[in-house]
Each structure stands twice: as C-alpha cells, then as structure tokens.
Design a protein. Sequence first.
Length: 261
Amino acid sequence: MTHGIGEAAALFAAGLAAGTINTVVGSGTLITFPTLLAFGYPPVTANITNTVGLVPGVLSGVHGYRRELQGQRGRLLLLGSASVLGGVTGAILLLTLPSGAFKAIVPALIVVALVLVVVQPALGRWVARRQEARGGRGQAGRANAHGGPALWLLVYGTGVYGGYFGAAQGVILIGLLGIAFTDTLQRINGAKNVLAALVNGVAAIIFISVSHVAWAAAGLIAAGSILGGQLGAHIGRRLPPIALRIVIICVGVVALVKLLA
C-alpha cells in the first residue's frame, strides 16, 4: 500500500503513543491496531504488521528500564522461557487458524483488554497494598525469586495471548508479577517489559519468516515506538493516567466498531 503524508504521520504518531503506553503499563496495541484497520489493512495483516512494528519500541522501553532490571537475571531467564514458548504458540495459532476465526475472536479479546485497562488502577493499588503489607522494598522477594510452576504456566498463557493478539498483555503481566513478588512496582514494570519484548520478538520472527508484513507501515510504527519507548521510560510516568486510559478506551471502541461493521 502507498502512504500519503497524512497516513504516514498518523502511523508514526500511533507508534509513538503505543511505544509510550507499552512502556508505562501496556495495551499500546489498542492504539496501533485500530489505526491500521482504519487505513484499510485486513485484520490479520494489521495484527502481524502491528506486532513487527512494535518490537523495536518494546526493546527501547527495556533499555529505558535497565536500572530496574538489576538483580532479576535468574527470574527473567526462567519466566522468559515461558514467554518465548507462549509467544511461539500464539503466533502459530494466528497463522494456522482461519482468518475468519481471528475476526471472530479479536472483538472479544479487545473487550477483555479494555476491561483490563479500566480495572488496572484498582489492580495496581491492590498490588501496591499487598507489597507494602509484605514489606517489599528494592530488591526484596528473593525468597520466592522465581514464583514457582504456577506463575510459569500463567506467564506462558499470557504469552500465548500476546503472540496471538496481545493488547493489554502488559497489564496481565504486571498483575501476575505483582501477586508473585514483593519488588517495587517499577522493578515489576521493568520485568514486564522484558517478558513482553520476548513474546512480541519471537512472534515477529515467525511472522517475518512465513507471512506477509506491510513493511512501510511497520517501519513507521517502529520509528514512532522507539521514541515512545524512551518517552515512556523517562517522562511517561508523569502523564495523567486517566488521559492515557481515555485514549486507549476510545480507540479500542473504534476497533470494535470497525471489526463488527
């Protein structure tokens, strides 16, 4: 597809917003995916292109949170294996199930994602209270450093979701890690960024290898998301959370209307 200046600017801006939001909490896909749909990309192509385009932004966010990742290497190696396997499973499901199945399933997934975005503040407050009650500070929580087999399976399931579609997988991961560990929320967010990057990264590799990617659109989203990843790490924490949530909900509703029309 050819891109006019307006379309190119919109895709870059969507990537910028998604990169920022993904680094802060997750659900940036609910910005970029509807934007791709609005410009006429078929749903599966839009999803594949979106995943590929957002990988550089997620990696940018990981780099921005590198200080919070200190001391988490062992944990992330173990949970990262769950994310990788889950991402591969989800990507294979997307490519092997009929395209009609994706169009039928994704509206329900978007609804789930929007609900998670709405309840995220309450979930975050609950996680913070739980950590405070358990005395979580700095690099605490090493007595249960890896979370056990139940957390591994839950992270794997989240990876399957992320590889298939992935909107708000970051919200799910923050909830899971916050329940399992007593680290600060910023350290949990840094770990979340690594796990989401692994899911998106392996899914993107599979998509690039065997499927069609709209490279011009993916490149514009990638350029915006790289900058957004740094903004999310450095100034995104200062953005009014309610403003981000309103934007995410609005574009998610637009995506629902587009898919159901």
